[in-house]
Design a protein around this ligand. Structure first.
Ligand code: GUN
Length: 287
């Protein structure tokens, strides 16, 4: 099977260029420049990298961005107060609280406290509920990025059996709803799924987001399946730190018709979706 690599860097770049032009035009026409507030709590190494990339992307397209790096000892009420202020602040279009949060902070309470119109992560019950109703508002960034990438390569997923491995609130669950809306028959699996291999072997489209390096090998993959790898894992190989996905790329790419690389696949698409959502929130802004 001749595989095709789905290039997330190139596709994200196309989106970024488009947004950059829109922002330039908005500035010229004295319209509001999209603005994003980002909050990170603690020093989770991957989160620091992700937020750095998100801030960098905002700078590239000309968004206004502000950033809070809070101590892991901060109280939940302090974080809720900051979010409340940002909700009230008419200069701010989007609010993002990077996950995971320290265990003393209830991440559901935090997600629910963000104004749904500023919820550029798409995690608020209003936004998840809108997707459930097939009437999407602000959509979760990683699942949205995956659909955008598949569309970019004009891959017809209508009627496909899609198997999602990993049922997180960030990827798995919103991905299920996105795929349903896109006309797939999705199956959402989790770490308790008995005989996971049986499900994966039947899949025309596999989406994996479990954070386990090289979990999925080619022998589980049906010939010609589409393989989307959301995992970003740091491992040591010959004493060198490298990034690998949840998919064992070499063996999986012998079976797949299309496959995403790590790095350079879904990661950049998540950031591109965040830019799209922030622009959308800005355009929808009502005084
Ligand atoms: N942590 C991992 N992915 C994400 C994401 O898309 N948004 C936020 N806020 N945190 C994350």
């Amino acid at each position: 099977m001749k595989k095709k690599i789905l290039n997330g860097i190139q596709t994200a770049q196309k989106i970024t260029n488009k947004i950059k032009k829109i922002v330039k035009k908005r500035k010229k026409n004295k319209k509001k420049v999209p603005s994003l507030a980002m909050i990170i709590v603690g020093n989770h190494p991957a989160s620091l990298t992700y937020v750095f990339k998100k801030r960098e992307a905002c700078n590239i397209v000309g968004f206004f961005s502000v950033y809070w790096h809070l101590s892991k000892h901060i109280k939940e009420t302090e974080l809720l107060n900051l979010i409340h202020q940002l909700n009230q602040n008419t200069c701010i279009d989007g609010i993002l609280v990077q996950l995971p949060l320290p265990i003393n902070i209830n991440c559901i309470k935090i997600a629910n406290s963000i104004d749904p119109q500023k919820d550029v992560d798409g995690f608020h019950p209003y936004n998840i509920g809108s997707l459930y109703q097939c009437n999407p508002a602000l959509r979760a960034c990683t699942p949205k990025g995956i659909i955008t990438l598949l569309n970019e390569y004009k891959i017809n997923i209508y009627g496909l059996h899609a198997v999602i491995i990993g049922s997180s609130n960030i990827v798995g669950k919103p991905m299920y709803l996105e795929l349903l809306q896109a006309g797939c028959t999705p199956t959402l699996t989790n770490k308790l799924t008995i005989n996971l291999k049986k499900y994966v072997q039947q899949a025309d489209l596999i989406i994996i987001a479990i954070g386990q390096p090289n979990f999925l090998y080619g022998d589980w993959i049906k010939d010609g399946a589409i393989v989307i790898d959301v995992g970003i894992n740091y491992i040591y190989k010959n004493k060198k730190k490298i990034i690998v996905g949840d998919v064992h790329f070499e063996s999986a790419s012998l079976k797949a018709s299309y496959i995403t690389p790590v790095p350079g696949g879904i990661g950049p698409m998540t950031v591109a979706s965040l830019l799209q959502n922030t622009l959308q929130a800005c355009k929808n802004y009502k005084k």
